[in-house]
Design a binder for this molecule. Structure first.
Ligand code: ATP
Length: 293
């Protein structure tokens, strides 16, 4: 039996705007994602067999599915179907990224599984071909294959790499609240006239500031933007409180990630971030120190 291990990093959104509502009901977005060291670990064990089979065990979260509802299991099966190969594949997932929190944990597990499968099977797919398989699993999965800092457009699957210059010390935290992403989109549609262009979200100047920060010519704080805050924070008192607490604990900026409810804070030093994370844990939040990766 052979085995391959991959790290599945969480992401935070440094910038997230909705551009338009499409005819199919989905939305085109413009987001800058950034990988952080908070991570799951995916180990894939391979045994030759004549029929493709996937088994899975999860450590660290007893509520996650272990059948084909788990994105990692689905990724392994889709890889074998796409390549026309067979094996019995066992996935061991060590889960540390909070689930359904706007940190792309499931997408990152799927991407890590695809990377592991491609290593186990002798790189049957090029990077581009693997991205196409990833896009069939979810719009964040192509980004999660390569991580770092990237602009993601369309539904999130059209990726352009950005300068990889940031060395952030962050605290990622959640207040154990739940956000229903479809409802968050509906609330945004109501606020911004279904993104017909009549009501600007105010994101444009922020994007310019972010790109200039990524090029090293200004501070990141002025470039942060997340349109979902306006729809989600009023319904999530815990996330709103976390934003305030991050600043009180010394963060130079604090913002929600994805459609929430997790919130990240940016700190000047690792020491300050670790101390803030400890305090937030003591106050009953999930909180973790993480660095850019
Ligand atoms: P995104 O930031 O991409 O919107 P998220 O962080 O909000 O993602 P996930 O943690 O990926 O959300 O989980 C979303 C849903 O996917 C959950 O309801 C969960 O049951 C399901 N899921 C399937 N596989 C996984 C996995 N390996 N890890 C986490 N969630 C998974």
């Amino acid at each position: 039996m052979r085995a391959v291990k991959e790290v599945a990093n969480a992401k935070i959104n440094l910038f997230l705007d909705v551009i338009s509502r499409r005819e199919d009901g989905f939305h085109d977005i413009k987001t800058v994602m950034h990988s952080i060291s908070l991570s799951d670990t995916v180990t894939v064990f391979y045994t030759p067999s004549s029929e493709p089979a996937v088994r899975m065990a999860v450590k660290g979260n007893r509520f996650l599915p272990t059948d084909d509802k788990n994105l990692a299991a689905r990724a392994a099966m889709l890889y074998m179907q796409s390549a026309g190969v067979s094996a019995t594949v066992e996935i061991k997932l060590e889960k540390r990224i909070p689930v359904a929190a706007g940190l792309a944990g499931g997408s990152s597990d799927a991407a890590a599984t695809l990377r592991a499968m491609n290593r186990l099977f002798g790189r049957l797919f090029t990077d581009r071909a693997l991205s196409a398989i990833a896009a069939r699993l979810g719009s964040d999965v192509p980004y999660c294959l390569y991580g770092k800092t990237a602009l993601c457009e369309g539904r999130g699957e059209i990726m352009t790499k950005l300068p990889d210059s940031l060395k952030l010390n962050v605290v990622v935290a959640t207040a154990h609240e739940h956000v229903a992403t479809p409802q968050a989109y509906s609330a945004l549609d109501a606020m911004y006239s279904s993104f017909d262009g009549s009501i600007p979200t105010g994101a444009d100047s922020r994007y310019g500031a972010l790109i200039s920060a990524l090029n090293g010519s200004s501070q990141i704080q002025n470039g942060l933007f997340n349109v979902f805050e306006s729809a989600v924070l009023p319904t999530c008192p815990g996330a709103s409180a976390l934003k305030v607490r991050m600043l009180e604990l010394g963060a130079s900026a604090s913002m929600m990630s994805g459609s929430g409810p997790s919130v990240f804070g940016i700190f000047d030093s690792e020491e300050a971030a670790r101390s803030a994370a400890d305090k937030l844990c003591g106050e009953g939040f999930f909180a973790s120190f993480a660095k850019s990766v």
